[in-house]
Design a protein. Structure first.
Lengths: 111, 113
């Protein structure tokens, strides 16, 4: 699986959009971009995933650049409960279900 | 809530002992994966079970073993515990052998003294 690079930490004001970047410059054509988050003392929670088109669900939006070398997870109106570690993971869907977690981005939402 | 339950929530063992952790998968899911998460790090893949057979393994020694039962619940067994085995152990279930979203339980916190 391709390696991802994320900033170790970010702050966001409550009510504002949180934009979390991820670099995956060595991504292969059959690899998807997945985002999970882990709130303190809980298991990781699936947020969203995509291949090359932008995706949106009730939790977030995922913007993938045209060359697929980077992506941004957008939480449109961050709340204090969105404070968590966010993991960007790339994975080929024919390679088992294994997820390779990096260090993630620790997002702190502040009042 | 993901529907994935793990037991126990916390466990304390001493070095050299053996431990069994349990996981009930989400209804309709036939694949279970186990991860180890050391303090301050991301989860590391241990192995995956699909329809009662091991189907992928990470870089963990043979003293880490598992089982999956006909109802798709699973156990993780660790023999000869070492201090470095202290971690949060996470179970994730999914539908199918590959390419599917994994849903995680809350984990079992193991402390080895």
């Amino acid at each position: 699986d391709a390696k991802t690079t994320q900033p170790p930490s970010m702050d966001c004001a409550e009510g504002r959009a949180a934009n979390l970047p991820c670099n995956h410059s060595t991504i292969s054509g059959n690899e998807y971009v997945y985002w999970y988050r882990q709130i303190h003392s809980q298991g990781p929670q699936y947020i969203i995933h995509g291949l090359k088109n932008n995706e949106t669900n009730e939790m977030a939006s995922l913007i993938i650049t045209e060359d697929r070398k980077s992506s941004t997870l957008i939480l449109p109106h961050a709340t204090l409960r969105d404070t968590a570690v966010y993991y960007c993971i790339v994975r080929a869907n024919n390679a088992g279900n294994m997820l390779t977690f990096g260090g993630g981005t620790r997002l702190m939402v502040k009042p | 809530e993901t529907g994935v339950t793990q037991s126990p929530t916390h466990l304390i063992k001493t070095r050299g002992q053996q431990v069994t952790l349990r996981c009930s998968s989400q209804s309709g899911h036939n694949t279970v994966s186990w991860y180890q998460q050391a303090l301050g790090q991301g989860p590391q893949f241990i192995f995956q079970y699909y329809r009662e057979e091991e189907n992928g393994r990470g870089n963990f020694p043979p003293r880490f073993s598992g089982l999956q039962f006909p109802n798709y619940s699973s156990e993780l067994n660790v023999n000869a515990l070492e201090l470095d085995d202290s971690a949060l152990y996470l179970c994730a279930s999914s539908r199918g052998r590959a390419g599917n979203i994994q849903y995680f339980g809350a984990g079992t916190r193991l402390s080895v003294l």
